[in-house]
Ligand binder design. Structure first.
Ligand SMILES: C[S@@+](CC[C@H](N)C(=O)[O-])C[C@H]1O[C@@H](n2cnc3c(N)ncnc32)[C@H](O)[C@@H]1O
Length: 308
């Protein structure tokens, strides 16, 4: 049975009212946002998904040889479960647990996965991975593998990422490993293009957060008043995504309101870019052991495996 997740209104309002307004990137992902993200992954400028896929194709057997047979694979932010198909074919686990905040989209993805893998025990958990995640109590005993692809770890600043990695250790229940996709530092023009695609899909994805927030807190954001703004912040080694006000305006919601000046921004996402040694050091700081990394020939992306 699918568990449910209720978005916390207080957190949204606190973000909107902060001196530097912000919306957590988790609010990108309603049904429409998840569909838009799927379109982003196919864009010519958006290299992460296809590069990570190519690494899994090229190095899959080496990765498999480095992983003790996993009875259960647990994917964080499973999305459309496309990468789960590749991994489950490779590792043949007994059980697959898909965790995501976008419940309806996850349910559809899991239904498709069940058709493709009728013998696999597949569970769907709708949760915010920053809250305490309750795994189904009856998972098979034996080794676990937490799979966290898509460079989503980059959405968190290094200290928050450290905290998340430590909590992931808890999901492993003392046996198993983490397989995680990480976007690497590269030419700024390539990074900027990936978040400013010519077709405007990333802009639509960013703006959709306002539609989602309107539904959640009863606000009256008008999407015509805002535009997408994304750039690489070299000092912080991160892409930043913002929504910028086109004019002076006021946004109201049930129980509150805020004025925005023309040019003022709402910060919607960071995407930190790492070096291979830098991310290996973060894994080790969080308590993971023996990190190994596989990359593509251009060194644009890396897939890390680390033991508990
Ligand atoms: C960048 S997409 C990656 C999707 C897929 N894993 C991939 O690699 O293509 C991030 C996924 O994580 C989910 N997500 C975002 N924030 C989350 C959170 N706080 N807790 C759980 N899932 C989250 C989104 O719904 C989305 O499916």
């Amino acid at each position: 049975m699918l568990t449910t997740y209720t978005m916390p209104h207080g957190e949204i309002v606190a973000g909107l009212c902060a001196a530097q307004a912000s919306i957590s990137p988790k609010y990108f992902y309603d049904q429409q946002g998840s569909t838009l993200f799927e379109r982003i992954t196919a864009l010519p400028e958006y290299y992460p998904t296809r590069t990570e896929g190519a690494i899994m194709q090229m190095h899959g057997q080496d990765i498999k040889a480095s992983i003790a047979a996993a009875a259960t694979v647990i994917e964080l932010g499973a999305g459309n479960c496309e990468k789960a198909r590749v991994l489950c074919n490779l590792l043949q686990p007994r059980c697959f647990v898909a965790i995501d905040i976008s419940g309806d989209f996850l349910q559809q993805a899991v239904n498709g996965l069940r058709n493709a893998f009728p013998a696999l025990d597949i569970r769907a958990v709708v949760a915010d991975i920053f809250d305490q995640v309750h795994l189904p109590p009856d998972l098979p005993s034996g080794q676990r593998l937490v799979f966290y692809p898509g460079s989503s770890i980059g959405n968190f600043d290094p200290e928050m990422a450290l905290g998340l990695l430590q909590r992931i250790r808890g999901l492993l229940a003392n046996q198993g490993a983490l397989l995680i996709g990480v976007d690497l530092i590269k030419d700024v023009a390539i990074l900027n293009a990936a978040y400013n695609d010519a077709a405007g899909v990333t802009a639509a994805f960013n703006l959709n957060a306002l539609t989602h927030i309107n539904r959640l807190i009863g606000s009256d954001f008008n999407l015509d008043d805002w535009h997408h703004h994304a750039f690489f912040n070299a000092a912080q080694s991160r892409i930043e995504m913002h929504l910028q006000a086109n004019r002076d305006l006021r946004v109201s919601w049930i129980g509150g309101e805020r004025q925005f000046r023309q040019g003022e921004r709402i910060h919607t996402e960071n995407s930190y870019k790492y070096s291979v040694p830098g991310f290996a050091a973060l894994l080790e700081r969080s308590g993971f052991r023996r990190p190994q990394a596989w990359s593509d020939p251009r060194q644009w992306f890396a897939v890390f495996l680390a033991e508990i």
